[in-house]
Design a protein around this ligand. Structure first.
Ligand SMILES: Cc1cc2nc3c(=O)[nH]c(=O)nc-3n(C[C@H](O)[C@H](O)[C@H](O)COP(=O)(O)OP(=O)(O)OC[C@H]3O[C@@H](n4cnc5c(N)ncnc54)[C@H](O)[C@@H]3O)c2cc1C
Length: 355
């Protein structure tokens, strides 16, 4: 089978990952219409090529050159409809998430404002159930549409079928490498209520408007998070550990002041960034990579970092956190090797391996 005419050979991936790492792809494909997928995947299968879909590449660590096809999702289009009680947004997966949030707030379609300025595409948002300031994608999602690679057709999932959890969904498990998300539908109630449970928003007071929340979230994010266009990074590098009561009590003996947040089923989430900061690792550097000066959970590329530099910093942090707090930090960022995603523990080794 012939190579589709718009496949680009030997492409640079630096513009397509927010760490700005200098990896290359054997092939690159800009996806603009869902109809392109059938022919593309026929060719991919005929040639037994690995494939990877990226949106803005703001949650990936490219460990090396990719040996197959990197598909850049550029599917575009937003459709708005409404009933007496709700607005419905039907959004193509390549749309830019921060722009969608800004546009919806401007239109008076409210409910996304707490999720302002999270980099990336709409199609990647369900994958790790993006969340910030007390709201997750799961709270506003009505349906996720995807191209099933095995069935070669579009399919839909309800939010319950997506199995959303903290930074998690079915797209990281049963549908990993089997689904390419093409559209996400949102239901936003007209009976809008401000979500002000998170620090930094409470001070706005009960009467806060969505516009005020939007501005406040943007202000806070700009203050503490580096802009990937200026300093390469992928946001929070690690997930916040989720602990049961016993684990939490053990940790609190060592660090009674650690911030704790409620998580599902009686468990608690603790702030990984606070633990890293406590170890004095803000500003720690190895090669071209380091821990951000203002936000200990963010690893940055100071300009010339390689993936190996970032791995060294990551390994050092995991080791220190294990030694001091007996916790193993799990990366939130997805590790991508030459043939697809790889398990971070395989690449890094586990700090608790010898216990
Ligand atoms: C400065 C900064 C701040 C951040 N803050 C937050 C935050 O507050 N909360 C939060 O949750 N995240 C945050 N992130 C992480 C990131 O913004 C989200 O994970 C975002 O959803 C990634 O979107 P993307 O398009 O860049 O995905 P990519 O990085 O391109 O892809 C991420 C993963 O999803 C898969 N994927 C992408 N598109 C599709 C698709 N269409 N179908 C199937 N799989 C797909 C990819 O294969 C990859 O495994 C932050 C990142 C940065 C750089």
């Amino acid at each position: 089978m012939n190579q589709p005419s718009d496949v680009i050979s030997d492409a640079a991936l630096a513009p397509y990952n927010s760490f700005s790492l200098q990896a290359r792809a054997r092939y690159l494909y800009l996806l603009r219409e869902p109809a392109q997928l059938t022919e593309l995947f026929r060719w991919i299968y005929a040639n037994d090529l690995p494939w990877l879909v990226l949106g803005s590449g703001s949650n990936v660590l490219l460990l090396e050159d990719f040996a197959g096809v990197v598909i850049i999702n550029q599917l575009a289009g937003i459709t708005l409809s409404e009933t007496k009680s709700d607005y419905y947004l039907d959004v193509a997966a390549g749309e830019d998430w921060p722009s969608l949030v800004e546009w919806s707030v401007q239109q008076g379609i409210l409910g996304l404002e707490n999720l302002a300025l999270i980099p990336g595409t709409v199609g990647a948002a369900p994958v790790q159930n993006i969340g910030a300031y007390g709201v997750e994608l799961a709270d506003v999602c009505q349906q996720v549409e995807f191209f099933s690679i095995a069935e070669q057709q579009q399919q839909c999932l309800s939010p319950a079928q997506c199995e959303f959890a903290y930074r998690d969904s079915i797209f990281k498990h049963a549908l990993k490498d089997k689904a390419l998300i093409t559209r996400v539908k949102f239901r936003l109630t007209k009976q809008w209520q401000a979500k002000l449970n998170y620090g930094g928003l409470r001070e706005l007071g009960e009467g806060a408007s969505a516009q005020q929340i939007f501005q406040q979230v943007i202000g806070m994010r700009q203050q503490k998070l580096p802009d990937p266009k200026v300093l390469g990074n992928a946001g929070s590098f690690f997930k916040n550990p989720v602990l049961n009561q016993q684990q939490l009590q053990q940790l609190m003996v060592k660090v009674p002041a650690i911030p704790v947040y409620p998580a599902s089923a009686g468990s608690s989430k603790v702030a990984a960034g606070w633990l890293i900061d406590r170890l004095g690792l803000k500003g720690f550097q190895h090669g071209g990579a380091g821990v951000h000066q203002q936000q200990a959970l963010v690893l940055v590329n100071h300009g010339q970092a390689t993936a190996a530099d970032i791995l060294s910093v990551c390994r050092h942090i995991r080791h220190q956190v294990w030694q001091n707090f007996a916790l193993v930090l799990e990366p939130e960022v997805r590790f991508i090797g030459a043939h697809g995603e790889v398990n971070p523990d395989t690449v890094l080794g586990r700090p608790d391996a010898s216990q």
